[in-house]
Design a protein around this ligand. Sequence first.
Ligand SMILES: [Zn+2]
Length: 368
Amino acid sequence: MKRCSRCVLPETYPNTFFDEQGVCNHCLNHRDPAPVAQDSLLSHLEEAKKRSRGYDVLVPLSGGKDSTYVLYLATKVYGLSVLAYTFDNGFLSEMALANIEAALRRTGVDHLLFKPNWDTIRRLYRSTLLGSGELCSACGIGIEHSMLKVSADWDIPLILRGGSAMERGSYSPENIYDVNRFKAIVADAGEVSEDELNRFLIYPDITPERRFEWTWVLRRFGQLMNPLEFGDIQTEVEISKLLSEEMGWQDRGKHSDCWAEPFSNLVRELRHGYSRRACQLSNLIRAGEMTRETALALLAEQRQEEAASKNRVFDRLELSASDMDVIASAPPYQYNRYVAAPSGPVRKLAHRLVLKARYGLRHWQGYA
Ligand SMILES: [Zn+2]
């Protein structure tokens, strides 16, 4: 497989072209992001403090680097009253659980853990994996809906959710977190009853317009912000060092909060021709934080982990060996006709605002 000679992006990544030296257009067009003043973030934090009925902010905590860093900023830098919240997707690694415990000890915040019953979520994972070739939908939708529910029930005005620039361009191109699409896949699979699905979704009938209204007009849901997009940009190495010193955080040099990730990377590569990991590592190379040699070594290392991760996922979801062919051959985009596509100016505006609400107050267009 041909890869860019500067990053590690394969030629199969969409809209990728190479110059005579074999450098991809994503590298050639890359510009380092300029630091963004913290004023806007600080004014939102001040407003959250004023509106607070106890907790100023909700911090979803997975035990990964981004969410642990957000908890560090919220408590130790901004001095906010925080409720931390973890959605147990059934794949949290031991390292993630240890990191969560260490972070809670160091910050002394209250913590809520929500663990949907495994029987239901197992059938939801099976349904989307066999029906659409994607494992992550149920987890992403589960986190998002339960996070909104917690913010509504505890009356928390602001949700601080970390997302680093390293993730850019690495998300699935298939709208896998769209609720309409998810419902269509689950209905076709027939493994989960409507009552079970509705209980899992908490807000089964939420539309982009309603979400916008509940967030920005009625202020029932907390507003979402990504604090990592403000202030001086710290390197991944600096953040890792800080977190290990201040939060007791451990890192094995890779995304380690979900043990199913090597498997989901494998499936992405089989179905779309590139893994999420290759995109993330390429972003780090472009930011000058990693050499190409290290990235290639990490990709090879992940390859070693794919088989074990796959076996563990198959075991947990009660899949058989022949199911791998079904998963790998699921046609891309087959469910995209169900996506709540915006039509008309009002729906389009609402959809854009929901993306803004979902992905933070800046750079959100990059994720759309
Ligand atoms: Zn490149």
